[in-house]
Write a protein that binds this ligand. Structure first.
Ligand SMILES: Cc1cc2nc3c(=O)[nH]c(=O)nc-3n(C[C@H](O)[C@H](O)[C@H](O)COP(=O)(O)O)c2cc1C
Length: 193
């Protein structure tokens, strides 16, 4: 697969085949890629909480909010939930009291994980919509770890298509067959010069 095909394959999935389990070892391999990513000042303040356990997944899932643009869909549907989660946390004992300074690191590490996952036929969705306080409490995280992004993972069972943005409309949408359309701006629109 070309690198560009991998990037195209790496869509945000909000439905999964729950019969396909993700192992702890698979999750560790993903984080093993993220830990090699570039890091601001090479400080590396991110830590990763892994779950491939259905009981813990059941604690994390209700704390995550999905597809704000499709409020009537209630995604992911019951029986199609992620089979693993990676909660990316900012470690204050390493990075200090200013997590905002390291949010670019979070994006880089998250995308590294998602691309590594897609390469192994694991799909997922980055979830920024959650209460850090509630996640900290639910997972009994120590106070120096601040959850900054959740990665939901599993074997995607959705049909997702990239379409070109028309008239500035960037909202993703679904048709009656539940095919998910994700509009992307054209290269010409994004190039400055
Ligand atoms: C930082 C970040 C946070 C996101 N948070 C959420 C979220 O809370 N819930 C959700 O359903 N999708 C979330 N997404 C997924 C975006 O909605 C998705 O990337 C966008 O619709 C484009 O689709 P694509 O990833 O297939 O290109 C997030 C994506 C990013 C990069």
């Amino acid at each position: 697969m070309s690198f560009k095909d991998l990037v195209i394959k790496n869509r945000s999935y909000r439905g999964f085949d729950e019969t396909v389990k993700i192992t702890r070892q698979q999750l560790e391999e993903l984080v093993d890629c993220a830990r090699l990513a570039p890091a601001a000042q090479n400080i590396q303040p991110l830590k990763y909480y892994l779950s491939c356990d259905s009981e813990i997944n059941g604690i994390i899932q209700p704390l995550t909010r999905w597809a704000g643009a499709l409020p009537d869909h209630n995604l992911p549907y019951e029986g199609h939930r992620p089979t693993a989660f990676i909660v990316i946390c900012f470690d204050k004992t390493i990075g200090g009291e200013e997590p905002a300074k390291f949010m670019k690191d979070v994006g880089i590490c998250a995308q590294t994980i998602m691309l590594a996952a897609a390469y192994q036929d694991i799909n997922g969705c980055m979830i920024g919509a959650f209460s850090a306080e509630k996640v900290t409490q639910a997972l009994s995280l120590p106070s120096h770890l601040h959850p900054v992004l959740i990665l939901a993972l599993g074997k995607g069972d959705e049909d997702i298509k990239i379409v070109e943005v028309q008239n500035g409309a960037t909202k993703y949408y679904r048709d009656q067959n539940d095919t998910h359309y994700v509009p992307k701006r054209s290269l010409a629109e994004e190039l400055i010069n």
